[in-house]
Design a protein around this ligand. Structure first.
Ligand SMILES: NC(=O)C1=CN([C@@H]2O[C@H](COP(=O)(O)OP(=O)(O)OC[C@H]3O[C@@H](n4cnc5c(N)ncnc54)[C@H](O)[C@@H]3O)[C@@H](O)[C@H]2O)C=CC1
Ligand SMILES: O=C([O-])CC(=O)C(=O)O
Length: 331
């Protein structure tokens, strides 16, 4: 059985994400959870003639049934930004939502691969980690912050400049998932040497603030949903390929706990400093999730400046997420 549960399945991301996941022949059960509208979304998707059974679950009374024994749990639940807001402004509402979903997962699907989309990702992933620790089921190889949209955007924006095929251009983007904590490593991308430093700066800024571009264009109607659904499905399906189909050599940048006792973590910590617990790094996926953390590789002086500018904000975000759980009454 390969059960994938989408929490927030009736939302702007949740619906197209579920549609993309319904196309996978590896998934046998697609479980859709939300506090509204899931019966309709599930009935609709269930008519698609692919392998997975689709079930809809609405409201917290049905959360256990929704999430129980999931192989993968994808969480795009919570509120999105409006113009003028930062991702951190979403913490007030989304931290509690993500905590409650993490509690259900820790109790009823402790072995699930957790893919966290809800913002602020820099803080919500530490929240999930702390919840799993409290339930003594924490495995840092199985909890991921989904930063794939940054990579997708970077491939698009850089390709536009250097004239390559966007779907095959791989641009490493490490760090976190908000503004200056998003760190594109363009010096490692062949073809960028022909760009001026001004162009590099501009495209770096566009990647870091790509989310704001969409928030502004949607003008109060939310943030990226369709591109996020694409990115989220790519990430979740890569996990499934690695775990279920045992495909090797799949590498994605994703925001993980560097405490993961896996090859490569120490090397990355040396580059970014020991006190940053979570960081998006290139990860090789395997049957247990994070198989190997790959080196970030050489970065140039401009990128070193970006790394330095990211550290304090990212650290603050991580502490805010962790302490939301550790400084509250025991769950
Ligand atoms: N990681 C990333 O790169 C990105 C993250 N996001 C984030 O994803 C989140 C969702 O965005 P949208 O889908 O646009 O929002 P949306 O408002 O369209 O959908 C969110 C869904 O979550 C549901 N929900 C609320 N509380 C819930 C709970 N306790 N349990 C289950 N479901 C619950 C809502 O009913 C709604 O259907 C936001 O926090 C947004 O900032 C958005 C884009 C990119
Ligand atoms: O910008 C937002 O609030 C949503 C998001 O994370 C993104 O599009 O990267």
């Amino acid at each position: 059985m390969v059960k994938v549960t989408v929490c927030g399945a009736a939302g702007g991301i949740g619906q197209p994400l579920s549609l993309l996941l319904k196309q996978s022949e590896h998934i046998t059960h697609l479980s859709l959870y939300d506090i509204v509208n899931t019966p309709g979304v599930a009935a609709d998707l269930s008519h698609i003639n692919t392998k997975s059974k689709v079930t809809g679950h609405k409201g917290s009374d049905q959360l256990e049934e929704a999430i129980k024994d999931s192989t993968v749990v994808v969480i795009p639940a919570g509120v999105p930004r409006k113009p003028g807001m930062t991702r951190d402004d979403l913490f007030k509402i989304n931290a509690g939502i993500v905590r409650d979903l993490a509690v259900a997962a820790a109790k009823f699907a402790p072995k699930a691969f957790m893919c966290i989309i809800s913002n602020p990702v820099n803080s919500t992933v530490p929240i999930v980690a702390e919840v799993f620790k409290q339930f003594n089921v924490y495995d840092p190889r199985r909890i991921f912050g989904v930063t794939t949209l940054d990579i997708v955007r970077a491939s698009t924006f850089v390709s536009e400049l250097i004239g390559t095929c966007p779907s095959s251009l791989r641009v490493p983007v490490v760090g976190g998932h908000s503004g200056v904590t998003i760190l594109p490593v363009l010096s490692q991308v062949e073809g960028t040497e022909k760009l001026s430093q001004e162009q590099i700066k501009q495209v770096t800024n566009r990647i870091q603030f790509g989310g704001d571009e969409v928030v502004k264009a949607k003008d109060g109607a939310g943030s990226a949903t369709l591109s996020m659904a694409f990115a989220g499905a790519r990430f979740a399906l890569n996990i499934i390929e690695a775990v279920v189909a045992k495909k090797t050599g799949i590498v994605e940048c994703t925001y993980v706990d560097l405490a993961a006792d896996v090859a490569g973590a120490a090397e990355v910590k040396e580059l970014i400093g020991n006190d940053l617990g979570f960081f998006s790094v290139p990860v090789e996926l395997g049957p247990n999730g994070v198989e190997k953390i790959l080196p970030i590789g050489a970065i140039n002086n401009y990128e070193k400046e970006l790394f330095a500018a990211a550290a304090s904000e990212l650290k603050g975000n991580i502490v805010k997420g962790s302490t939301f759980i550790t400084e509250s009454p025991k769950l």
